[in-house]
Design a protein around this ligand. Structure first.
Ligand code: HEM
Length: 161
């Protein structure tokens, strides 16, 4: 039996800002050391982590709990990276895999599922829009009613055309 087979410790759902901070810190700890993504932050964007992490706390608090006061422009921020590095499907898939793994390591419940869906929706939209890719998962006319309701529920209206 390897550590991968061990059941995860009992986990509670995300309940507010402190949980968002725990999730974001653990996630970017993985990202900054990741072979595919780390250098995009560290070398290409030269991310100031002391500024980026609070911005991401605000972003996710706004998305999930409707507080947090995020103001920003994720599409423009990521579009600026396209001429500088590769922002393809493999990069977004890695980002999502790290995000989902981190959520599952720390939390379980309705909000935990919602934040993973939300991240996947955002990744699809950002990837499609910044690369100008035809994206069935983003084509609004092809979304399921459940996806439409979820997209419409996100406060930063980057997802709804
Ligand atoms: C390939 C995947 C991704 C990469 C490499 C990436 C990289 C970055 C970088 C370099 C920044 C700027 C950090 C700085 O200020 O230096 C950033 C900002 C940000 N990212 Fe991502 N990102 C990815 C995917 C995502 C996804 C899927 C989401 C949402 C679920 C997201 C949400 C954000 C937000 C909200 C900001 C702040 C935007 C603003 O300042 O307006 N990112 N990202």
């Amino acid at each position: 039996m390897t550590s991968d087979d061990l059941p995860l410790a009992p986990r509670a759902d995300l309940t507010g800002r402190a949980d968002i901070e725990r999730l974001v810190d653990a996630f970017y700890d993985k990202v900054r050391h990741d072979d595919l993504l780390g250098f995009i932050f560290n070398d290409v964007a030269r991310t100031d982590w002391a500024a980026h992490l609070p911005k991401m706390y605000a972003f996710w608090e706004t998305m999930i709990f409707r507080s947090g006061g995020f103001t920003g422009n994720p599409l423009a921020t990521h579009a600026r990276l396209v001429p500088l590095t590769t922002m393809g499907r493999p990069q977004f898939d890695r980002w999502l895999a790290l995000f989902s793994t981190t959520v599952d390591e720390l939390f379980a419940g309705e909000k935990a599922e919602h934040i993973k869906n939300c991240a996947a929706d955002m990744a699809n939209v950002i990837h499609a829009k910044i690369n100008g890719v035809e994206q069935e998962r983003y084509d609004y006319s092809k979304l399921t009613p459940e996806q439409r309701a979820r997209y419409a529920s996100y406060k930063p209206k980057v997802l709804v055309p």
